[in-house]
Design a protein around this ligand. Structure first.
Ligand SMILES: Nc1ncnc2c1ncn2[C@@H]1O[C@H](COP(=O)(O)OP(=O)(O)OP(=O)(O)O)[C@@H](O)[C@H]1O
Ligand SMILES: [Mg+2]
Length: 510
């Protein structure tokens, strides 16, 4: 028998209404990068949460370095040098970066030689050291609530490194990163492997698996389909195997038919909390039937543009017009009613009410209106019916259908909930920020089709994506943002991927 550093044998895990893992057996070799691939809801996070001690299997056994383990909590897994970076980060917002990293394993000192206290100086020193070693730059004294998603992830990785993990589980680490950050992370992972660490990588991006992984397990609806040697399997093969059907990896787009201007953004400037401009004098317009994509490296002001249009950010200067009418100072709700749908970047904090049922989340846009409510009384029958329809149309998978609490759903399926709800409004303007983040290949194919359908219906689409491939596939017009400035706006067919990439790096003329 082969020597495995981790073995999961015949693992079964049930949740109300669903078998998340059904008799799954995998063995992971020391020093390899082992990928997990599978559709949204296939059971990847659940399987790894058991290895990390967050859930206990209903059936089956886990062995680490040949010894049978029964983890009661993730502390037990940490003690066995297992670390995990979760799909949805588990950080304390009002703690600093350093406090988050050392939380629970704080280095102690004795003040005046007697009183135990946390040695934050030492913590900061060690964190600075780790940051440098792995190129994961952070400012240890910043609060988590003040930093963006990519920095939060770095903190999660540092947290794992700080706890001396040897077996490192990454749950969709690249979903939130920019292309250059992804390259960087993959190099770090490669370095960790060379240093003898064992990596388990969950990702929906098969190219990443091709690039970095040694072997790949494919899960489908809770069951293990196969474990492949990555070298010999093709991208198309892996895609088909996980979805269980032939998936198209290329987009077919009809000719656009542009109408009148739906959105006009004029000389928009947005300031951050330090009164520093993060969007600088940006102007653009989007016509009916047009997909306008903003390409750019994360953190260059693109999400603030989306937020300003939707009303979540204040425009300090400039004007925003919807169908020719000023909406610059309107409330979020009145903009929504005037015809804006919004799929935000952070699905957990702005897109969903996690402790509400799936059906309620699908009705968040409509509940104040008839027939969903009448004189303030909710029509639960109608809300449920709506959910049943959308669950089917958008292939939203969950344990208990309409009454599933959204918090218990898989990441990709949460995203489908927001997309479904917002698209179904058939608004004049639909803003998509990272619409396919964390989605499996089959689901991405569907979402791209919905976006193109809405455009062909005559909607104006503002697409913000860090995936250059997605921008190139969908956009009619591309605006490239760098450091808060719109460096270039041009028809998509007049720009190559390479040119867009150059503008993204701030290079003005080729
Ligand atoms: N705590 C929970 N309570 C109830 N059901 C759950 C819970 N956690 C997961 N599930 C269900 O188990 C199934 C598998 O979920 P899991 O999160 O493991 O999927 P996944 O493969 O990681 O998907 P994704 O790619 O979307 O992240 C889903 O149908 C989900 O709704
Ligand atoms: Mg998951």
């Amino acid at each position: 028998m082969e020597e495995y550093i981790v073995e999961m044998r015949h693992i079964t895990k049930r949740f109300p209404g669903i078998i998340a893992n059904d008799d799954v057996s995998i063995g992971i070799r020391k020093g390899e990068v082992f990928a997990l691939l599978g559709e949204n809801g296939a059971g990847k996070s659940t399987l790894m949460s058991m290895l990390f001690g967050m859930y206990t299997p209903d059936l089956g056994e886990i062995y680490v370095k040949g010894e049978k383990v029964e983890f009661r909590s993730s502390n037990d897994a940490t003690a066995r040098n297992i670390g995990m970076v979760h799909q949805h980060f588990k950080l304390v917002d009002n703690y600093t970066i350093a406090e988050n990293i050392v939380l629970g394993v704080e280095p102690m000192t004795r003040r005046l030689g007697i009183f135990p206290s946390v040695d934050m100086k030492r913590a900061n020193r060690e964190i600075a050291q780790l940051s440098k070693e792995y190129g994961l730059e952070v400012n240890p004294t910043e609060l988590i609530q003040d930093v963006q998603v990519s920095v939060r992830q770095r903190v999660e990785i540092l947290k794992m490194l700080y706890r001396k993990a040897e077996i490192m589980i990454f749950d969709e680490p690249t979903a939130v990163l920019t292309p250059s950050e992804i390259d960087f992370l993959l190099r770090i992972i490669d370095g960790l492997r060379k240093a003898g660490k064992t990596i388990i990588l969950i990702t929906h991006k098969i190219e990443e698996i091709k690039q970095i992984a040694d072997r790949c397990a494919i899960l489908c609806r809770g069951r293990l389909v196969d474990i492949l040697d990555v070298q010999t399997a093709s991208v198309q093969e892996m895609a088909n195997m996980m979805v269980g059907r032939e998936v198209s990896l290329t987009r077919v787009k009809s000719e656009p038919h542009f109408g009148k201007n739906v959105l006009e953004v004029q000389n928009l400037t947005v300031l951050n909390e330090h009164r520093f401009p993060v969007v600088k004098n940006v102007s653009f317009s989007i016509r009916s039937g047009e997909i306008f994509a903003i390409a750019g490296v994360s953190g260059n002001g693109q999400t603030q543009i989306a937020d300003a249009v939707a009303g979540l950010e204040v425009a300090s200067e400039g004007a925003i017009l919807l169908n020719g009418k000023q909406i610059t100072h309107d409330s979020i709700r009145s903009r929504a009613q005037a015809g804006i749908s919004y799929i935000p970047e952070d699905r957990q904090s702005t897109g969903l009410v996690l402790d509400f049922a799936l059906s309620d989340n699908l009705a968040l846009r409509q509940y104040p209106k008839k027939p969903y409510s009448d004189h303030g009384i909710l029509n639960f029958g109608r809300i449920r019916e709506n959910a049943v329809t959308l669950i089917d149309r958008y292939d939203i998978r969950s344990g208990q259908g309409p009454k599933t609490i959204v918090r218990s759903m898989s990441g990709g399926n949460m995203q489908k909930v927001i997309v479904a709800r917002e698209i179904e409004e058939h608004s004049d303007l639909i803003i998509f920020v990272q619409p396919t983040r964390g989605m499996d290949i089959g689901a991405i194919e569907n979402i791209h089709r919905y976006i193109l359908d809405e455009r062909d219906r005559g909607a104006a689409i503002l697409l913000i994506s860090l995936e250059l491939g997605e921008v190139m596939d969908l956009a009619d017009t591309i605006g490239v943002i760098f450091s808060g400035e719109m460096l270039k706006i041009a028809p998509a067919r007049e720009m190559t991927r390479y040119e867009v990439g150059r503008y993204m790096m701030g290079v003005k003329e080729a």
